[in-house]
Design a binder for this molecule. Structure first.
Ligand SMILES: Nc1ncnc2c1ncn2[C@@H]1O[C@H](COP(=O)(O)OP(=O)(O)OP(=O)(O)O)[C@@H](O)[C@H]1O
Ligand SMILES: [Mg+2]
Length: 503
């Protein structure tokens, strides 16, 4: 049985036959009224075996369709007839030989002049290849997702407006956010002020790791827990086409542990260096001490024997003054090498700080300075060599003054350490800071950046020796172009704490 098409549709069977995929036309009862050449060729059947048959019969017998009988309500043919719009169904079909393929059956209505469905045209497209590509794509996506999620480094991506697009598990842990709750935060909020802009500037800079790339860089990040964490990050801009920036991505590694290790190592290096310099200093000091005693003794004897108006009086005075300076240096060297005797006394840290300030000979140095004293209200008793501790404070204060403009600010602050075991003193200036390359050398004997005659470079090394002798610590707590803070810590004298609490 052949479909009798109206006259004006006569050209359509030609189009129908030329379609490159199997196609059939059914009436509204599901009876096949026409099939195209491609369908006959593909399924090796005769037209007479399909025309007049129901679509169910055809699919069951000819196409091994396992889903038959199909359900009325899900049948795309019924839906197309009922709604007058096209529908499709995707099926995986197993051939008799066991191989599988995917078919996309697309049903389109043919309408009469009044818009009623009179026939339905069904095209059968083999989409096995597309489906296979889709599966590959899906697998790649799953794999990529696993790859990103399983990375030990934190990975984060954001769109151009800073909205977070991706956060792997390590990033959730590092930043302290759950990705599902990041709708209200911007990637800018994850850095201290100005850092995100700085990173974008470097990313766009051709000379900084190449366009769109940020090589390993140390930055601080801000976590949801309110911490500032130092990280090493690399970054990239993701482009669409050549120039359109669509997103940014960053890979982050927490470097707190690494920095702590480096710190411990450099402290170890520093104390080893101090120990060997100390031995050297002690040796030199002892060797110089004996001839120096001789020079001073015989010099003084000569001076006494000379008439007061003797022409060599001035020379011998200079010799004795210089020998005295040498003795002072030797004394300092011995203090640094911790070979000079110490006396132990119990005293209040605050009182000692006040006393040291009074002992500074040239009080005019403080004239234009702002001196802030933030001394702890708590009584902090320590047991140490009081005179030598004054010497330490005086040297730190003098260094601070030397580093500042005459109208700088000097701050002295005392407090107890969190563990209540140490008395702490911070001396802060608003000076020019200590350059990185000098930081490890300032405690070395004779290291000075001051003009000749202005500094011997023994102040900090002596202070170091004294503090170590008293079981304390002295470090640069902070330094930069805004100024420097030295921190001195001495063990609190717990005996006196107990005595005080009993009293
Ligand atoms: N507060 C500070 N700000 C900047 N630099 C400092 C500060 N304190 C110390 N320094 C640097 O450390 C160097 C060593 O200091 P140190 O006290 O040992 O010697 P000095 O002050 O140069 O000489 P001396 O103390 O023997 O008179 C100084 O020359 C200076 O470069
Ligand atoms: Mg000094």
């Amino acid at each position: 049985m052949n479909l009798k098409l109206p006259q004006e549709l006569d050209w359509r069977p030609r189009v129908f036959d030329s379609l490159s995929f199997p196609t059939l036309i059914m009436d509204c009862n599901g009876t096949v009224v026409s099939v195209n050449q491609k369908l006959l060729e593909k399924y090796h059947i005769l037209k007479s075996r399909v025309i007049g048959k129901s679509c169910r019969e055809i699919f069951r017998n000819l196409f091994d369709d396992p889903d038959l009988p199909c359900h009325q309500e899900t049948c795309p043919l019924n839906k197309t007839i009922a709604e007058g719009v096209g529908h499709s169904v995707l099926r995986q079909i197993e051939r008799q030989n066991g191989s599988k393929y995917w078919e996309d059956r697309v049903f389109s209505p043919i309408l009469d002049d009044d818009g009623n469905v009179i026939y339905v045209i069904e095209s059968i497209r083999d989409v096995t290849r597309t489906k296979a590509l889709e599966n590959i794509l899906h697998d790649i996506r799953v794999f990529m997702n696993r790859l990103v999620q399983s990375s030990a480094s934190a990975i984060l991506s954001a769109d151009r407006s800073g909205r977070i697009l991706l956060m792997n598990e390590a990033a959730e842990e590092l930043f302290g956010y759950n990705f599902d709750h990041t709708a209200n935060i911007s990637v800018v909020d994850l850095y201290p002020q100005g850092v995100a802009r700085e990173i974008m500037k470097k990313l766009r800079d051709d000379d900084y790791g190449g366009r769109g790339k940020l090589p390993a860089t140390h930055v601080n990040i801000l976590t949801a827990r309110g911490e500032t964490v130092p990280v090493e990050m690399t970054g990239a801009i993701i482009y669409e086409g050549d120039n359109t920036e669509t997103a940014t991505m960053g890979i982050y590694n927490d470097i707190r542990e690494r920095l702590a290790l480096q710190d411990a190592q450099s402290q170890l290096d520093q104390s080893e260096k101090m120990a060997s310099l100390g031995r050297l200093a002690a040796g030199v000091a002892h060797e110089i001490n004996n001839p120096l005693t001789g020079i001073l003794m015989y010099g003084n004897l000569m001076k006494e024997k000379m008439e007061p108006d003797h022409p060599l009086q001035t020379n011998i005075t200079y010799i004795l003054e210089d020998a005295e300076r040498c003795r002072e240096i030797v004394k300092n060297l011995l203090a640094y090498s911790r070979q000079s005797g110490t006396s132990q006394e119990r005293f209040s840290m605050n009182v000692m700080v006040e006393e040291s300030l009074r002992l500074i000979r040239d009080q005019s140095l403080f004239m234009n300075l702002t001196t802030k004293k933030e001394l702890s209200d708590e009584c902090m008793m320590v047991k140490a060599d009081r005179n030598k501790m004054c010497q330490v404070v005086i040297n730190l204060v003098m260094n601070a003054i030397d580093a500042m403009d005459p109208n700088g600010t000097l701050t002295l602050k005392t407090y107890r350490s969190n563990d209540q075991k140490r008395a702490c003193l911070e001396i802060t200036d608003t000076g020019f800071g200590i350059p990185d390359e000098d930081r490890l050398r300032i405690f070395d004997p004779f290291f000075t950046t001051k003009d000749p005659g202005k500094g011997t470079g023994l102040g900090l090394s002596t202070a170091y020796g004294i503090i170590k002798d008293n079981k304390g610590d002295i470090i640069i707590k902070e330094t930069g172009p805004e100024g420097t803070t030295f921190l001195v810590e001495l063990p609190l004298d717990t005996d006196s704490i107990e005595l005080m609490s009993i009293g």
